[in-house]
Write a protein that binds this ligand. Structure first.
Ligand code: GDG
Length: 516
């Protein structure tokens, strides 16, 4: 268990109390959102096309925003070849915003999505260098597909629109748009971490990626640390680069070009989650789950299948807990939901096998009549079912090895007023939730086991007090605040629109290094 005061300085400082925005309404431009996937996927089931809602952090974050404001969402449908467009048109009509699919060939999906995005950028940016497959041909597909997205954006947007590109699959879109002569205001948000310079420099296309990102007018990250890493990389490849400003948004000038660079910790639709968690049907379902587990302490884990989420390490921590504290055998159960993801990538299949082997092993060791230590589910839950689990679980184990933010941590807080949150120091969310979470190093299984033991015996008053603080933060910095903050930083005319200080966080130097 790590106390906030023991954290490295930059981690401890990311408390992100970002009250830097002006109160004036933002310009009413139309919002054009671009992401790799649309918020829905098309699938052929028994010869007929079906539309299924997408899952994952980006969809959870952006779908309510476009529903609220209207606009256009450009993305891939998740399938190749001809698709039934009428389903997409019907969806657009009901959703209140337009969907514009970008068709991709199977070969392109292989090189751009499975290859460059998921075999290079994802592992590298999460710090898993040894998992990278730096296949030179992937780069070509990455560029080709980014150009397709740029062409679609150019075709469907008007001069006053704000084009907001999301995530690591599409870091080259602005570069292409500029090549096409587009002078529109372009924003980019990275949902995953930006790596430290010594990791980033191993990328064979490092200088090109930096150059491409600087073609955006605003580049946003979740945390101060990600932004710092990015600025250091820009400086390495552009020794004359100048950073100005001291707040959460600074400007970076390289030659003739100036780009704003900021950190904006993403939030959730707090009200929607907390309201649903209080619905009668959800409360009853939560009781159902508790009864099924015979009122044992439920510890919840919910993650996409991904090595960055630290699922095997979490299982080892549960094994360690039951070994170290045998009195907890029969008292605590981990309910682990693993949502299928990227199953076509070999490494993910291997991870699934590893997870299932560990479940078998640990359950084999500690199962007793009427007691199973790990309840493992490999499926996607319905939204209300997920919220019922959040409500039923007295504790949530959110222990990624590295994570841009981690929305599950915030959703749990919104849904469970008396729960205990164990949170990895290496999740972006730790910067905001360290005031109430039990911060853990996910690699330290003994440390996690001690934290579980401590939480099991924690007084009710301490639990509630910790959770109250976290709920306050999650409630205040919700998803609409995040969108608003980003758009204000994108539209604000000068940096003077942003005060140099934020409540509780002061920026001392040009580089924005925080000090107490
Ligand atoms: C990326 C970054 C960053 C999960 N299982 C089910 C389900 N979910 C929803 C959760 C949550 C989302 O998926 C997962 O979000 P995370 O933030 O935890 O993780 P990533 O998908 O990796 O997201 C991440 C995020 O982007 C946003 O910027 O926080 O760091 O990696 O919203 O509720 N939803 C349903 N059933 C499930 O079984 N309905």
């Amino acid at each position: 268990m790590t106390d906030a005061s023991e954290l490295p300085e930059d981690t401890a400082y990311e408390s992100n109390n970002l009250e830097f925005m002006t109160e004036e309404p933002i310009d009413p431009q139309r919002l054009v959102v671009i992401s790799n996937r649309l918020p829905v996927a098309l699938k052929k089931v028994e010869g007929r096309w079906k539309l299924t809602p997408g899952s994952g952090g980006l969809v959870s974050a952006m779908a309510p925003v476009l529903r609220d404001r209207g606009g256009t969402w450009i993305g891939w449908t998740g399938t190749s070849g001809d698709v039934d467009k009428s389903l997409i048109t019907d969806f657009s009509r009901n959703a209140g915003y337009d969907l514009r699919p970008v068709p991709l060939e199977e070969e392109e999906v292989r090189g751009f999505y499975q290859g460059f995005s998921n075999e290079i950028i994802w592992p590298l940016f999460h710090g898993f260098q040894s998992r990278c497959n730096f296949e030179p041909n992937y780069w070509h597909d990455y560029l080709t597909v980014n150009r397709k997205f740029a062409e679609q954006a150019q075709a469907v947007s008007g001069p006053g629109d704000y084009i907001w590109v999301h995530d690591y699959h599409l870091m080259h879109v602005a570069w292409w748009l500029r090549q096409m002569g587009c002078r529109r205001n372009l924003g980019f948000f990275l949902h995953i971490p930006f790596p430290p310079v010594d990791i980033f420099v191993t990328l064979p296309w490092r200088a090109k990626i930096i150059q491409a990102l600087l073609e955006f007018d605003l580049v946003g990250f979740h945390t101060y640390r990600d932004r710092r890493n990015f600025i250091q990389c820009v400086n390495l490849f552009n020794p004359g680069a100048k950073t100005r400003g001291r707040g959460p948004v600074v400007t970076l000038t390289v030659g003739e070009r100036t780009t704003r660079v900021g950190f904006f910790p993403i939030g959730i639709d707090y009200k929607a989650f907390s309201d649903t968690a209080r619905k009668k049907s959800v409360v009853e379902e939560a009781h159902e789950f508790q009864r099924a587990l015979r009122k044992r302490t439920i510890i919840l884990g919910v993650d996409r299948l991904d090595y960055s989420k630290g699922i095997p390490e979490r299982f080892e921590a549960i094994r360690e807990t039951l070994k170290r504290y045998p009195e907890l055998i029969g008292k605590i159960s981990l309910v682990q939901v693993v949502v299928p993801s990227r199953e076509e990538v070999g490494e993910y299949k291997a991870l699934k096998d590893e997870i299932e082997r560990l479940v078998g092993e640990i359950n084999g060791e500690f199962t007793r009549p009427g007691y199973i230590p790990i309840h493992y589910q490999y499926r996607s839950l319905g939204r209300e079912e997920l919220i019922a689990y959040y409500r039923a679980a007295s504790m949530a184990l959110v222990t990624p090895l590295r994570d841009g933010m981690n929305l599950v941590a915030k959703e749990y807080c919104a849904c469970n007023p008396s729960g205990v949150l164990f949170l990895s120091e290496f999740a972006g969310a730790a910067a905001q939730l360290q005031n109430g979470a039990l911060l853990v190093n996910p690699y330290d299984v003994v440390g996690v086991a001690k934290a579980i033991h401590r939480a099991y015996h924690m007084e009710k008053a301490e639990r509630s007090q910790r959770m109250r603080k976290m709920r306050e933060t999650v409630r205040k910095y919700h998803i609409f605040w995040w969108v608003d903050s980003f758009l204000r930083a994108g539209f604000g005319r000068t940096l003077d629109d942003f005060p140099q200080e934020m409540t509780g966080v002061h920026f001392a130097s040009e580089m924005g290094e925080p000090h107490e």
